[in-house]
Design a protein around this ligand. Structure first.
Ligand code: HEC
Length: 106
């Protein structure tokens, strides 16, 4: 009986999308720096908060500073900053909801 309950709980956990993508990083596209970015950014909030955004490299750069200044993220510098910034800019570029380029974000 106990085993059945454990098996059922495991099944429900596996079937539930909330558990399947606990960190909200399933929609992070493959690419160099994906793991590093996901591990850092999804430590404090859902990865979805990141993947919902579409920003230029300069805007992502600013976001990193905001995370450090306002939210106490460890300051990113050097190669690590470049890696994560390159990933963010390539993975989540400026876009409209439908994925078309936004003409106002030139
Ligand atoms: C030390 C904790 C921490 C880390 C690490 C962190 N953030 Fe945040 N971030 C926050 C908090 C707190 C908020 C605002 C509250 C919320 O909505 O959860 C936030 C909000 C955001 C927002 C929403 C816009 C805004 O200004 O509120 C974006 C975009 C964002 N973070 C991007 C990132 C990215 C990209 C990374 C990885 C490079 C990252 N964050 C890492 C704490 C963090």
């Amino acid at each position: 009986m106990k085993t059945t309950i454990i098996a059922l709980v495991a099944l429900v956990a596996l079937a539930s999308p909330a558990f399947a993508d606990e960190r909200g990083i399933d929609d992070f596209p493959e690419g160099k720096g994906r793991e590093e970015t996901a591990n850092l950014c999804a430590a404090c909030h859902s990865g979805r908060l990141v993947s919902q955004q579409g920003m230029s490299r300069a805007q992502w750069d600013e976001t990193l500073d905001v995370m450090t200044e306002r939210h106490k993220m460890p300051k990113l510098e050097g190669d690590e900053r470049t890696l994560i910034l390159d990933y963010l800019a390539a993975a989540f570029p400026p876009k409209t909801r439908r994925g078309a380029p936004n003409p106002f974000l030139k």
